[in-house]
Design a protein around this ligand. Sequence first.
Ligand code: GDG
Length: 469
Amino acid sequence: MSVASDFVVVSNRLPVDRTDDEAEPWRRSPGGLVTALDPVMRRNDGAWVGWPGQAGVEIEPFEFDGLRLVPVALSADDIQLYYEGFSNDTIWPLYHDVIATPTYHRTWWDAYVRVNRRFAEAASENAAEGATVWVHDYQLQLVPKMLRELRPDVTIGYFHHIPFPAYGIYAQLPWRKQVLEGLLGADVIGFQRVADAGNFARAVRRQLGYDTKAGSIAVPEGEGTRTAIARAYPISIDASVYEDLARRPDIQARAAEIRASLGSPQAILLGVDRLDYTKGIRHRLKAYGELLSDGRLSVHDVTLVQVASPSRERVQTYMQLRDEIELTVGRINGDADELGYTAIQYLHHSYPREEMVALYLAADVMLVTALRDGMNLVAKEYVASRVDGGGVLVLSEFTGAADELTQAISVNPHDIVGLKDAIMQAIDMPVKERERRMRALRRRVRENDVARWSQRFLTDLDAVRSQRS
Ligand code: GDG
């Protein structure tokens, strides 16, 4: 039986993970989205529609920690075709500037349409009359239009967490019109960067011929037009959670322990990424490996900790990437290590958030060298965790975060010479300059935190709703 809610969030994954414990079968999955939306969900009797993370399991809607969760069932086939296929092997590489080659399969597209419809139906069944529905991310780009057809009474928002590519790249997509029309079913379409919103508007003009002006798009509807808004709403983190963790004595002690266990080198460099080809891990390793072989750095003085958390392990490109990275790490360590000194501590694991914050605190230099990234929350988490005012952030200009975190050392990760110099600049940066830059970065992350992000988006969505009624 469905219970209608005034506020419905739709995302590929529900914000919970299954446990082995029968008494407590679900655990909240860590993530900014759930923290950001929690207050709004509670105020509005919210429901969350998404896949519960297990193939072929039908689960009735249930309450968890005061949230109403509505599971959408996906079969093993759906996961292979809609999720691993179309979402992660077509859209993901295409939208990240074809760093890897996108694969176009009609069977994947068919599954994407079918599964998007299932999500739209679940949202429709759980939304009260005149409700607000907020759809998230690239796996569900067709949901806004499908939902609008089912429920013209609801107000629909869509937020796109990854980049939206330049028209010349987007135009490759065999289903480019359908995807644009799908997104334009929303009243507000949110992007990470101003450039993403611009790319989207251009694609709409070129493909559909609709008028677009300063973030407003005239979408034909009935005899007239309806206005859809396409604008940038840069996402963020709950900065206070990271600050509180970083102030905990046990976590500070753990940071000291990590430093000591690495031999208390002069500088600890850190990379934290999902093991993904968009994150520029190979470029980072290349630059660092060359600094060691050139003799500009020595394993006596520095070490790089690279956390590469397992991701999309059944997609071929990711298997290949893992092999390449592990080969490179092995080579660099083989060439540079000495007994008792290691160049790279490579960790192919996921860690609890407490451990991540201890790592952030232990690291003198954080390396974010993504080739393309919607935002990159790791950069913001590092900054928020540096309650001691220390640490240097090296940040790729191809991340959304670069628009805001202008006091970081900015790098083009394709320019290996420039990247090497930036790493040296970070290691050698005078304390005063470090502190000045970190102060400015921290101010920025604190001001634009995730609560502000959701508030800005929902305020624009509310404005649309009040114009209608
Ligand atoms: C997408 C977009 C956009 C990573 N390893 C562990 C761990 N993490 C956490 C990080 C961070 C999150 O995962 C990764 O977020 P990012 O933003 O860096 O990147 P994506 O996963 O690609 O996210 C991105 C984001 O959506 C939000 O809109 O910024 O551009 O690609 O929070 O800390 N967390 C824990 N253990 C790990 O081992 N606990």
